[in-house]
Design a protein around this ligand. Structure first.
Ligand code: 6A9
Length: 806
């Protein structure tokens, strides 16, 4: 389907300029990964068109259980739970998947060996055991490996039309990975179904591994499951037909088998196994350039070693402060380990085109049409392919990159592995286009698009989303500052040397903990992202500007007012709070959340520019920040309602406040933009703490329970409790308004903080134990998990909340 022009672009890809400063060696062991988080288990390297692997399984109790073949994470599969319980993208880890409909608990273990200069090798072990040992557990597993781009792969174990006893081996090579071997080896203890009615008809194929080699269009490897199932069904149909008239059918595992044929020029190979009861088998991917050879003992010894080092490090990175009294601290830690692991295991590598419409604008946005009317690129168009390493909100429902989710993901990832958070940040920064725009939702390539209804696929270059990426930058700077306890670059000077002996600054400011970057390389990195980041900031100020001139209101600043573009009558998807109540769309609207986000963005840009010594910029950011803070009060505070509100224009062209008690009302407070002695703080804390309004025993509600629309309509942002918003509330209570000696509300803020933190942690944990999952949001009345699951995107922030990392 892809035009050959695209193929050409792929070849040119290395020539497309990207942020050049690669944190030194930080990415060496990040080439291979479980970077297909949309699958229950899928490996690929962080390369545009290369090797992709996947795992599938189905029960063989009946012929129909083949319709319950597991492959891509899917809520409709109804797995009881699945999560990485230990995972570090640099090392590997352990994932447990409970599939009681097939009466099997599958464990996937991954161990990475990074050396040799071509991304290294890895070993995976797939284990299974019955969930209920009273019942039979008959499982067929299929592991596949496909090749998308240049290179080749072949099966080097001799073909046998009746299947293969013993290991199956493949040899392949690609320009980036060089030569490699893949071996799939059974544990000697495995048992397969050997008997049953008509078993004698199948003796030659019993107990063997079956295989197929298929030739797909190179861009279609992600559809492997379809072709593999077709291969099985095509073979099974006529055989099943033979037995149709007989009273007793043969065991489905004799029939639901791959064809044991390899087509010439195959680029997709599948290996199928059959088990009864407990089983395990190993997959070894060995780069010819690595010295270390892999076998079962590598996994026997390596996995427990990864688990224990992970546990020790986790304890250090996310300690539970004594201030939190837990009934079962061990279970609680297993929980935060699992959600952190699944956030890390949810990191994916995506590559492909996306759909952008440069010309689209709603009526109320028309005057903002920044593109030429006769611009030929108007209309929905496929873009050039882009690459992105990113965390994902939900492996089942939203396995792709989301702009404002990512800032929160990176806060969490950065606490574990700062360099990894910067690797991801760098990829996002590379998406900032020449105008400064980044699409809210990154739906890169056919596989990603296949999960999104067409009406949601198109991205528009005037549409924004809350600017959260600088959260990761600020956290990094704070870490650099704390760990070096050192001066900023302004004090150091870039060519600082020690005693005239050209000793690199890094040697003087060696870092510990999870930051492997030296101080100098950290600065270099910050400098390399600064200009694109500033272009992005300028894009926000330019394209999301509000019309302040129309207001009778006295505003101290003539410039700082903002309005989300791209809202519809019912939704403001760009704000991230899709169906939160607002006034009617109007070109004169001003949005409180957006001006607050701009205050936050400006403040963080000020911090970054100060740190890297861009002093002129720092001064102008400081001015804008002040103007924004002034205008939040001047434009958005309603004295009658005693809350901050949106602004809109009525029929007589007069401005008025649009007030809906909920998350929106909290923004200036939630982003710590109000001074701690603000006269408005008391009213905000009252609103927050009132059980008749936003307060629930499970966290802060998105909309007040007293609001006429509470719980109505889609009820997405009309009451339910969201973790990232609660994290921001907790963060500003803890760091700003509840901090010692800080203002008249210090004690009140700290009391609310303590209660809220406990409510949040207890509820998310309780729901995890009750349902096996963490959820996208929690019910405003009873605290139950709602909507997508597992949702180990920003819901995993509960780990930071427990550890008080804000
Ligand atoms: C719809 C349907 C299989 C909505 O977490 C990602 C985003 C948030 O950024 C946003 O604030 N979620 C929140 O309001 C999920 C968005 C999913 C949109 C895609 C396609 C898929 O059906």
């Amino acid at each position: 389907m892809l035009p050959s022009k695209m193929q050409l672009l792929w070849l040119l890809l290395p020539l497309i300029p990207t942020v050049s400063s690669n944190p030194v060696n930080a990415s060496e062991n990040l080439l291979w990964g479980a970077y297909r988080p949309n699958l229950y288990f899928g490996m690929r390297p962080r390369l545009p068109q290369s090797v992709m692997t996947g795992l599938m399984w189905f029960g063989t109790q009946s012929f129909s259980s083949i319709s319950k073949t597991r492959h891509a994470c899917d809520q409709d599969d109804g797995l009881d739970s699945y999560t990485w319980t230990t995972f570090d993208p640099r090392l590997g880890g352990v994932q447990v998947l409970k599939d009681s409909q097939n009466n099997v608990e599958i464990t996937t273990e991954l161990l990475k060996v990074a050396n040799g200069g071509h991304g290294g090798s890895w070993a995976a072990r797939v284990k299974g055991k019955p969930i209920n040992p009273e019942f039979p557990s008959r499982i067929s597993t299929i592991f596949y490996v496909g090749l998308e781009g240049l290179g080749g792969i072949e099966m080097i174990t001799d073909e046998d039309e009746n299947g293969i006893d013993g290991p199956i081996e493949f040899a392949g090579s690609t320009p980036d990975l060089d030569e490699f071997r893949i071996r799939i080896i059974d544990d000697p203890r495995n048992e397969a179904v050997m008997e049953g009615p008509h078993a004698e008809d199948f003796t030659e194929r019993l107990g063997k591994s079956h295989f197929t080699g298929l030739r797909l269009n190179p861009g279609d490897i992600w559809t492997a499951k379809e072709w593999i199932m077709q291969n099985i069904i095509k073979r099974a149909g006529p055989i099943a037909e033979t037995y149709r008239s007989l009273e007793i059918a043969p065991d489905p595992s004799f029939i639901l088998q791959l064809s044991d044929e390899v087509y010439t020029g195959s680029n997709l190979y599948a290996v199928q196994k059959f088990f009864e009861g407990e089983f395990q088998f190993d997959i070894f991917f060995e780069s010819e350039s690595t010295t270390q050879k892999l076998d079962a003992s590598t996994l026997d010894d390596g996995i427990p070693a990864i688990v224990s080092s992970f546990n020790a490090r986790f304890h250090g990175a996310f300690p539970t402060p004594a201030s939190y009294v837990a009934t079962d601290p061990e279970e609680l830690e297993a929980f935060t380990k699992a959600i952190t692991s699944n956030l890390l295991g949810g990191i994916g590598y995506f590559y492909g085109t996306s759909i952008v419409d440069k010309g689209f604008a709603y009526d109320w946005d028309q005057e903002d049409d920044v593109y030429d009317d006769d611009d030929l690129s108007k209309g929905a168009r496929l873009t050039e392919p882009r690459a992105l390493l990113t965390a994902t909100p939900s492996r089942s429902f939203f396995p792709r990159g989301f702009y404002w989710d990512e800032g929160f993901h990176l806060l969490h990832i950065g606490e574990w592995d700062t360099d990894l958070s910067l690797e991801i940040l760098k990829d996002w920064i590379n998406l900032i286009d020449e105008n400064g725009w980044v699409a809210r939702e990154q739906i890169l390539g056919e596989e990603s698009r296949s999960k999104v209804p067409p009406q949601f696929q198109t991205q528009v270059p005037t549409f924004a989303n809350p600017p959260t990426l600088t959260m990761a930058v600020t956290a990094f700077i704070n870490r650099l500052k704390a760990q070096t306890d050192g001066p900023s670059i302004a004090d150091l000077g870039m060519d600082y040397d020690i005693g005239g002996s050209q000793v690199p600054v890094a040697a003087q400011f060696e870092l510990q903990g999870n930051v492997h970057l030296s101080y100098t390389h950290g600065l270099e990195f910050l400098r390399s992202i600064y200009h694109p980041l500033k272009r992005h900031y300028d894009w926000f100020r330019r394209t999301q500007r509000g019309q302040i001139k129309q207001y009778g209101r006295k505003a101290r600043s003539r410039t700082e007012a903002y309005r989300w573009r791209g809202r519809s009558e019912q939704h403001v998807l760009t704000s991230g709070m899709d169906d939160y109540p607002r006034g009617p769309p109007h070109a004169g609207e001003l949005h409180l959340d957006l001006i607050s986000w701009m205050g936050f963005f400006t403040r963080t840009m000020r911090g970054i520019s100060e740190f890297i010594g861009e002093t002129d910029d720092a001064a102008s950011f400081a001015e804008i920040e002040k103007a924004i803070i002034d205008n939040i009060d001047d434009l958005h505070w309603s004295e009658e309602e005693q809350m901050y509100c949106d602004v809109n224009i009525n029929e007589d062209d007069e401005s008025h406040h649009v007030c809906h008690k909920g998350y929106l009302s909290l923004f200036p407070f939630m982003l710590s933009l109000l001074p701690s002695d603000s006269p408005h703080l008391g009213a905000i804390l009252d609103l927050l703490r009132d059980p008749e309004e936003l307060w629930s025993p499970y966290g802060i509600r998105s909309l007040s329970v007293s609001h006429p629309e509470f719980g109505k309509g889609e009820n997405y942002w009309k009451g339910p409790i969201w973790m990232q918003m609660n994290y921001m509330v907790l963060s500003s209570l803890y760091k700003t308004y509840g901090a010692e000696d800080d203002g008249p509300y210090q004690q009140r803020a700290m009391e609310i903080y303590t209660e809220l933190r406990k409510n949040i942690v207890d509820n998310v944990f309780k729901e995890y134990q009750r349902t096996g999952y963490v959820w996208e949001q929690y019910d405003a009345i009873n605290g139950e998990g709602r909507r997508s699951h597992p949702f180990t995107g920003w819901t995993s922030l509960v780990t930071l909340i427990l550890a008080e990392k804000y």
